[in-house]
Ligand binder design. Structure first.
Ligand SMILES: [Zn+2]
Length: 279
């Protein structure tokens, strides 16, 4: 089975080095390509954490990226026009397959009118807008901005924009499912649920059975496996563990869709020999 990782991070950063080691990995392109080969992973989509003005996108060849408007730069409502001009330059790069927003960390609602220039470009270039939804990694972020219900208003207001709800809004699966069911322009990725390396997978499933059953249950309720994508949030989690975890919550007849085809369609990836890892 071919696999696309529809959500991971690639950042030359000491913090990322530490979390990669905790997940049994090394935070570098050489290790990543070895691991991709080992697990049948052919391509990955980086969720950008680099400054918007960095147009070089110096990523490994087997990677596309969503350009991030990240907390490190600080989101501000004043310079949206200038930011949009940079965003357009990224969108003209074929390796840029979407935009990534981090509202919980940057304190804004994704339906705010001031974001219109971003959404107009997303529509014009037909690039999805991926949004960090659900729990945040730091305690100074605000959950009222990252709750999945917020995406409902954005999806209605900007109907022609395709939104990707990252992390399936975890742990608010019930609310996330309602937003996805109601809005045809919302899809989701299943990344960000695991961290570190799981020593005993069976024991993990036993311990986390409530959470896993809820997640699985809301996926079954929705019955739209063509709108969910596999993603690992590497280097936060171990790749082998994440594949096993996703297989445990997705019925086998939908593995090809969730692990590969949906990402290909939603992010409109054009995969060739040059931008894939061959086993
Ligand atoms: Zn992420």
């Amino acid at each position: 089975m071919k696999i696309i990782d529809a959500h991971f991070h690639f950042c030359d950063d000491a913090y990322f080095d530490v979390i990669a080691r905790a997940a049994g990995h090394e935070n570098n392109g050489g290790h990543l390509v070895e691991q991709y080969r080992l697990h049948g992973m052919v391509h990955g989509i980086v969720m950008g954490n680099q400054p918007l003005r960095d147009l070089s996108s110096d990523y490994p060849s087997f990677v596309s990226y969503c350009v991030g408007i990240d907390s490190r730069e600080g989101f501000d409502r004043v310079s949206i026009r200038q930011q949009a001009a940079l965003l357009e330059q990224h969108f003209q790069n074929p390796r840029c397959v979407g935009l990534k927003l981090y509202p919980g960390y940057n304190y804004f609602y994704i339906y705010e009118d001031c974001l219109k220039p971003f959404y107009e470009l997303a529509e014009k270039y037909d690039k999805p807008v991926a949004v960090h939804m659900g729990l945040t990694a730091t305690d100074n972020a605000l959950l009222k901005y990252s709750h999945p219900m917020v995406m409902d208003e954005a999806a209605v207001k900007f109907r022609k924009v395709n939104f990707v709800m990252c992390h399936f809004g975890e742990p608010w699966f019930e609310d996330a499912a309602a937003v996805i069911e109601k809005n045809p322009n919302v899809t989701a990725d299943l990344s960000g649920i695991l961290t570190g390396k799981i020593p005993d997978f069976a024991a993990f499933c036993q311990k986390k059975h409530f959470y896993m059953e809820r997640m699985k249950g809301w996926l079954e309720y929705l019955e739209c496996y063509d709108r969910f994508m596999f993603g690992t949030d590497w280097p936060l989690a171990n790749l082998g563990d994440y594949i096993e975890f996703t297989k445990a919550i997705i019925p086998q007849q939908y593995w090809d869709a969730v692990f590969y085809e949906n990402a290909l369609r939603i992010y409109r990836l054009k995969l060739t020999e040059k931008n894939t890892v061959s086993s």
